[in-house]
Write a protein that binds this ligand. Structure first.
Ligand SMILES: NC(=O)c1ccc[n+]([C@@H]2O[C@H](COP(=O)([O-])OP(=O)(O)OC[C@H]3O[C@@H](n4cnc5c(N)ncnc54)[C@H](OP(=O)(O)O)[C@@H]3O)[C@@H](O)[C@H]2O)c1
Length: 422
C-alpha cells in the first residue's frame, strides 16, 4: 500500500494525541484512507523533553520550518497554536503544494478565506474541523450534509472554559473568582484566561461557523461580544432558582433581508431550551435551517482525545482526497449587519427598587411606556426585582434600561442579560 508522509507541528495536548493515534492505529487508518498515513517528522520547542511515549522512526526537530520543507512530508498537521509563526508555516506548506490540517481557530478566524484560496492556487487542501469545538463534526456538517439547506441561525455553547465557570457559579457560595481558580486548577482554564472569559475564543469559532453557514466574509469585528467577567453570581443564583442557566451563548442569524447578526453574550437559557442541559465542559451547536429544521451536535468540545478525533479524521480525508482536484472555495459575500433597531432579543434585568411608594408598579409601567413588554416580574429578596423583558428590538431594550437608570423608583440596576426560551 502507498504511504503518505505526515509532518506534525506541536506535540502538546492535541499533537501528542494525534501522534499516538497515527502510530498506534495506522493499519485501521490505512484501510480507511486507502494509503498509509505515516508520521515522519514532528516539531516541538524543546526537543530534549521526554514526551512519555516512543516516537520511533519519527524525526523530532526544534525548527518547525524543517517539517514543512521535509520532502518526506506531504501533509502538514499544525497543532502548535497562536497566530505566529503558525500562519506563516501554513502558508509555506500550502505554497509548497502540501495539504494542511489545522486545529487553530485563531488562524482560521483571522485568515481562513485567504488560506483556502492559497491552497486552491497551489493545488493543495486546507482542513480545519478541529478548529471549532474539537471532535464535534460541525464543519463537516456545514460543508457537506447541509449543503442543500438555507441556514437561518446557529446557536451554541462553544467555549468549555466559560461553561465550566458558569456551571460552578450555580453552587451557592462559589464566586466568579473561586470558579475561575477551580477551572485553572482542573486544567480547564489557562493562567491568563482572557481569550476564554472575554469571549474571544467563542468569537473566533462563531466567525468560522458563520462563514460556512451563510457564505459571508466576516471577521471578529462583526461580532457583538460580551464576556463573562461581569456576570454577577447573584444573577446566576437568582436565575437558577427560576429554572434558568446562564451560558456564554454564541448566536448567529440571517434575516430575510440577508442581513446577518453575530453575538457572543452571557445569556439566561430557559428550561426546555436545547442548550439548557449543556453543563461543564460540554459543547453544543444547534443549526436551524429551512429543510432539515433543527439539527444539534453536542459532546466534548476540547481536550486531546476529542480534538485528535477531528484532526485524524481530516488526515484520513486528506489522504483519501490527495489526488482529487482542488475546487475553488465558494466565494464569500460581504454582509450587511443587522442594526439594533431590527434585531429582536428578550432580556432579564435585576434591579433594586427604591423605598418609593408603588416603585414596582412604576418600573413596570415605565418599561411598557418605552415599548418594552414584560413577560414576568419576580420579587427576589429585599427590594430586589427580576424582570423578564419580552422580545423586542435591542435598541428598545437598551433605551428602556437607560430610562430605568434615571427613575427615582429604581435604586440600582444590578444585572442584565439576554434571555432565550425553548
Ligand atoms: N487543547 C485543546 O483542547 C484544543 C481543542 C481544540 C483546538 N485546539 C487548538 O490546537 C492547537 C494546539 O493546542 P494544544 O492545547 O495542544 O497546545 P499546547 O499543549 O500548548 O501544545 C503546543 C505544542 O506546540 C509546540 N510549539 C509551540 N510553538 C512552537 C514553535 N515555535 N516551534 C516548535 N514547536 C512549537 C510546543 O512545543 P513544546 O512541547 O516543546 O512546548 C507544544 O508541543 C491550538 O491552536 C489550539 O487552539 C486545542
Amino acid at each position: 500500500m502507498e504511504t503518505v508522509g505526515i509532518g506534525l507541528l506541536g506535540l502538546g495536548t492535541v499533537g501528542s494525541a494525534v501522534a499516538r493515534r497515527l502510530m498506534e492505529q495506522w493499519e485501521l487508518l490505512a484501510e480507511r484512507a486507502g494509503a498509509t498515513p505515516a508520521l515522519r517528522c514532528v516539531a516541538v520547542r524543546d526537543v530534549s523533553r521526554s514526551r512519555g511515549f516512543d516516537l520511533k522512526n519519527v524525526r523530532l526537530v526544534g525548527d518547525p520550518q524543517a517539517v514543512v520543507s521535509d520532502p518526506a512530508v506531504s501533509i502538514v498537521v499544525e497543532a502548535m497554536g497562536g497566530i505566529d509563526p503558525a500562519t506563516g508555516l501554513i502558508e509555506a506548506s500550502l505554497r509548497a503544494g502540501k495539504t494542511v490540517v489545522t486545529a487553530n481557530k485563531a488562524v482560521i478566524a483571522a485568515s481562513g478565506p485567504r488560506l483556502s484560496a492559497l491552497a486552491a492556487e497551489h493545488h493543495a487542501h486546507l482542513y480545519f474541523e478541529a478548529s471549532v469545538s474539537a471532535g464535534l463534526p460541525i464543519v463537516a456538517l456545514l460543508q457537506g450534509s447541509l449543503l442543500g439547506d438555507r441556514i437561518t441561525a446557529l446557536d451554541g455553547v462553544i467555549n468549555g472554559t466559560t461553561n465550566v465557570i458558569l456551571t460552578q457559579m450555580r453552587t451557592p457560595g462559589v464566586s466568579y473568582a473561586d470558579a475561575l481558580a477551580d477551572a485553572q486548577r482542573r486544567g480547564f482554564a489557562e493562567a491568563d484566561p482572557s481569550l476564554d472569559v472575554d469571549g474571544w475564543d467563542a468569537v473566533s469559532k462563531l466567525v468560522i461557523l458563520s462563514r460556512l453557514a451563510f457564505g459571508v466574509n466576516v471577521t471578529s469585528d462583526a461580532v457583538d461580544r460580551r464576556g463573562i467577567r461581569d456576570v454577577a453570581v447573584a444573577d446566576v443564583g437568582a436565575l437558577a432558582q427560576l429554572g434558568y442557566r446562564v451560558r456564554l451563548l454564541a448566536h448567529a442569524e440571517r434575516a430575510a433581508s440577508g442581513a446577518i447578526h453575530l453575538r457572543v453574550r452571557p445569556t439566561a437559557v430557559g428550561p426546555g431550551h436545547l442548550l439548557h442541559a449543556i453543563d461543564d465542559a460540554d459543547n453544543a451547536v444547534i443549526i436551524s435551517s429551512d429543510l432539515a429544521g433543527t439539527v444539534m451536535l453536542s459532546g466534548v468540545g476540547a481536550g486531546g482525545g476529542s480534538t485528535a478525533s477531528a484532526v485524524v479524521s481530516d488526515v484520513v480525508t486528506a489522504v483519501r482526497e490527495r489526488a482529487a482536484p482542488m475546487t475553488q472555495p465558494a466565494p464569500l459575500t460581504t454582509p450587511t449587519l443587522l442594526g439594533d433597531e431590527d434585531l429582536e432579543v428578550a432580556g432579564y434585568v435585576r434591579l433594586r427598587l427604591s423605598a418609593e411608594a408603588d416603585a414596582r408598579a412604576l418600573v413596570l409601567q415605565a418599561l411598557e411606556d418605552r415599548g418594552l413588554a414584560v413577560d414576568a416580574a419576580v420579587d427576589l429578596t429585599g427590594l430586589e426585582l427580576a424582570v423578564f423583558t419580552g422580545v423586542g428590538p435591542r435598541a428598545v431594550h437598551d433605551r428602556a434600561l437607560e430610562t430605568l437608570d434615571t427613575l427615582t423608583s429604581v435604586d440600582e440596576i444590578l444585572g442584565d442579560l439576554d434571555r432565550v426560551e425553548a
